[in-house]
Design a binder for this molecule. Structure first.
Ligand code: BMA
Length: 319
């Protein structure tokens, strides 16, 4: 990573997080086949960045594509979807792939996504170069979504957050953590956090789901997540943050009562699915953080903040 994607808080702006002035950074038709490009994940790679992008095609089939960038803002996305090779299994059936996350653990980049296998569940693959990808066993039984790996082993095991759900546009959902010794067998499932009571924090009262790969800070794991409220016109997705205990990440230290980002700009309120802010990645450079999110299930956007300010914001008004 040579340059970090960053823009200072605009003058007069009092928000904890602010949007990139050139949002959206990826448009819906940025590759020839796409109907929409959103809910995508990026990571520092070599002297720039690499990413895995959700591009739905014009038949509205969901698939994931690799991409590269020098500056984290301007992206070249491959025109063909990722073709998986067999990783720790020959069973690499996938009816569809969506909402990828990426993290580097020890010696390789791991990708988790929502994988179609008799309904949505969590698919896992690894790559060293974002050219060859090796698919592993699904982590869980269907139905599950929003699988997010921690960037290092915890107490000697891989750790992953996920959201057990149903086969449709799930009207419920809490965040769980699971552990694995080998990226194949997952267990020790624990509940991390549940939806908020409507009277306390309504934007996250219907369902919640992990968003970005957690960032390790001195005070805990910082993770951006989405929270949903069911309105008379459908679901509305906003973004909050949570700080999890470093050694026991099923323990919530602080959780934002107020959202950090909610659909407000035209590209968030208007699109294939209106009113969606859906974080899938966060990269940090010291105290600076850039969060990548899907907007209105149509485009990719970025927001910025200072980690210390976000943690203080959670501490001051925590659920
Ligand atoms: C969820 C997933 C996400 C999507 C969201 C809003 O169930 O399908 O990919 O962004 O709904 O439509």
């Amino acid at each position: 990573m040579k340059t970090f994607p960053w823009q200072e808080r605009p003058e007069g702006n009092k928000d904890i997080m602010w949007r990139f002035s050139e949002n959206p950074i990826i448009g819906r038709y940025d590759i020839p086949s796409s109907n929409s490009i959103f809910n995508s994940a990026v990571v520092p790679f070599e002297d720039g960045f690499a990413g895995v992008f959700r591009c739905d095609n014009k038949a509205v089939q969901m698939n994931i594509f690799a991409g590269f960038s020098k500056d984290g803002i301007n992206w070249e996305i491959e025109h063909n979807p990722i073709e998986m090779k067999a990783g720790n299994t020959e069973m690499i059936v996938s009816d569809y792939k969506y909402d990828p996350r990426v993290t580097f653990i020890e010696d390789r980049y791991w990708i988790s996504w929502c994988n179609g296998y008799n309904g949505p569940t969590i698919g896992i693959a690894y790559t060293f170069d974002f050219k060859e990808f090796y698919q592993c066993e699904n982590a869980f039984l269907p139905f599950n979504r929003n699988g997010v790996l921690f960037p290092e082993k915890i107490n000697g095991k891989y750790a992953m957050l996920s959201r057990p759900s149903d086969n449709g546009h799930t009207p419920f959902g809490d965040i769980f953590i699971s552990y694995s010794p080998d990226m194949k067998y997952w267990g020790e499932h624990r509940c991390v956090m549940k939806v908020a009571p409507f009277m306390d924090s309504a934007w996250q009262c219907t369902k919640i789901g992990s968003g970005s790969v957690p960032i390790k800070t001195e005070e805990g794991w910082l993770m951006f997540y989405h929270g949903v409220i069911n309105t008379c016109n459908g679901f509305r997705y906003s973004m909050g943050a949570v700080l999890l205990d470093l050694e026991n990440p099923d323990k919530v230290l602080y959780r934002s009562k107020q959202y950090l980002l909610a659909p407000a700009e035209l590209y968030e309120t208007t699109g294939d699915v209106p009113n969606v802010v859906f974080p899938c990645a966060a990269i940090a450079d010291g105290d600076k953080v850039a969060v990548y999110y899907g907007a209105a299930d149509t485009v990719v956007a970025v927001a910025f903040g200072y980690i210390s300010e976000i943690i203080n914001f959670m501490k001051k008004d925590s659920l």
